[in-house]
Design a protein around this ligand. Structure first.
Ligand code: EPZ
Length: 434
């Protein structure tokens, strides 16, 4: 079996400019939303990542016509969608397959989708809030093994629903179902992530009536149908943050373009606390980490707090800063599996419950490590870039799910990173393919 891994020769300070693509966690909601429309949608600034490819395959499998206008612009004609079933293998490929439940309920009043896949953080990833939200709007559910069947034979009706816990996925999913429900839906204790606003903006452009996205309370006045629209996906906050932290970890200076600086404020604030200079200018941020850096404490929270999706990358960086840092993950309590790999590279990290205690070390050393999930994979790449010597990162398919051309982008910043194929995980004497 052919395996792929990254080989990184670390110790180079990143330098130069980089362009950020469209936001993964926005586009994986917007693409399924196109099936609610009775028209053609043209979605631009689509990142070419595995989760997008998986979602487009699902849309094609249920009857949508997908046509690329260029490498980042996709036309989706969902007028021919008839099938309301997504099979097990396709559902398992990505977390966001759960958005098909909201979108299909909204368009057809029925949905058959298997339990979604996505990153394994070592704990449960429940979807009870999604289901309770749909039930409040009038949907019925049945479960057979992994298959979830949702129906609303009498149509969905707007109601008030309070999310017991702030959930990005549940907020977006119930919003998808509610846009064509009869009457008014009021969602309370909503997540406020920028991608929720992006999905609402897209739906409103298609004729939906959604107010309050980005606040605690979202009000949706149901409309009878949506039409197609052209939309440009917002920049990826987490891809941008990942390169900001990579610049900091390698003590480099990098300008990150095509970003929304307000979306990066919590990351910027923490980097500044460590002594990194971060300057914002229009749609760019410049990170200059060429000074002496100290650790800081981080507690992940829903937006506008520090994002959990930046927690592993930040921990890898803090492992290289002077002094102690405490990193608490208040969203995914067990998202720390990757710290074993950092310790293998010489980091000093101890995890107790949902907090990592990091004692900064003068430097990391290269090692053979694994990407245990998407953002943990990004953290492994950052650690490899910062370390002296050679690091190989296995299981990079996790990274492919959310980062477009990470090798090309880092290489343009001076990094020494290649994607290599190997048939034997214990020997990496292989052909470079990128
Ligand atoms: C989204 O996952 C993102 N995924 C995740 O990004 C991200 O980590 C997460 O939001 C938090 O920001 C996508 O957008 C596809 P949640 P989601 O529902 O929606 C609990 C990445 O790396 N909860 O906001 O699945 C849950 O256990 C990925 O890009 C319930 O209790 O996350 C967690 O503690 C990984 N019941 C908290 O809420 C539910 O029904 C937040 O989860 C749903 C969630």
């Amino acid at each position: 079996m052919i395996l792929e891994e990254y080989r990184i020769k670390g110790g180079v300070s990143l330098s130069g400019d980089i362009e950020i693509g469209g936001a993964k966690n926005a586009v994986v909601g917007i693409l399924p939303a196109t099936i609610i429309t009775r028209g053609v949608c043209v979605i631009d600034n689509v990142p070419m990542i595995q989760d997008v490819i998986s979602m487009l395959r699902i849309l094609e499998s249920i009857g949508a016509k997908v046509n690329f206008r260029n490498s980042h612009c996709v036309e989706i004609d969902a007028r021919g969608v008839r099938c309301c079933t997504v099979d097990y293998d396709q559902s398992r490929r990505l977390r966001a397959s759960y958005y098909l439940i909201g979108a299909m309920l909204g368009r057809f009043g029925t949905a058959n989708v298997c339990m979604p896949g996505g990153c394994d953080f070592g704990g449960a990833r429940p979807i009870d809030l999604h289901i309770r939200g749909f039930q409040t709007l009038g949907a019925s559910f049945s479960f057979a093994g992994d298959l979830i069947t949702a129906t609303s034979p009498c149509g969905l009706r707007g109601k008030t629903f309070y999310f017991d816990k702030v959930s990005v996925g549940a907020t977006m999913n119930v919003m998808l179902a509610a846009v064509t429900a009869a009457g008014t839906t009021r969602l309370e204790n909503c997540a406020k992530e920028p991608h929720i606003v992006d999905l609402a903006n897209f739906l409103n452009l298609c004729g939906a009536n959604i107010r309050g996205a980005g606040t605690d309370t979202i009000t949706i006045r149901g409309v009878s149908e949506l039409h197609g629209a052209d939309y440009t996906v917002m920049p990826d906050q987490i891809e941008a943050g990942t390169y900001m932290v990579a610049a900091a970890a390698t003590r480099g200076k990098v300008t990150i373009n095509n970003v929304t600086p307000e979306h990066l404020e919590s990351i910027t604030a923490k980097l500044r606390e460590c002594g990194v200079i971060v300057e914002e200018s229009g749609d760019s941020v410049t990170v200059d980490a060429r000074g002496s850096l100290v650790g800081c404490n981080v507690d992940t929270q829903p937006h506008p707090g520090f994002p959990t999706d930046m927690q592993p990358q930040m921990t890898a960086f803090l492992a290289t800063c002077r002094g102690n840092s405490f990193i608490t993950d208040s969203v995914w309590a067990s998202r720390f599996k990757y710290t074993d790999s950092l310790n293998k590279m010489g980091a000093k990290i101890r995890v107790v419950s949902n907090t990592a205690f990091v004692e900064g070390v003068p430097g990391l050393t290269g090692a053979h490590i694994k990407a245990t999930d998407l953002r943990a994979g990004a953290a492994m790449v950052i650690a490899g870039l910062a370390a002296e010597g050679v690091t190989t990162v296995e299981d990079i398919e996790h990274i492919d799910r959310g980062y477009e051309d990470i090798v090309g982008k880092l290489t343009a910043l001076g990094a020494n990173i290649t994607r290599v194929q190997t048939t034997d995980p214990s020997s990496s004497q292989v052909a470079a393919i990128a």
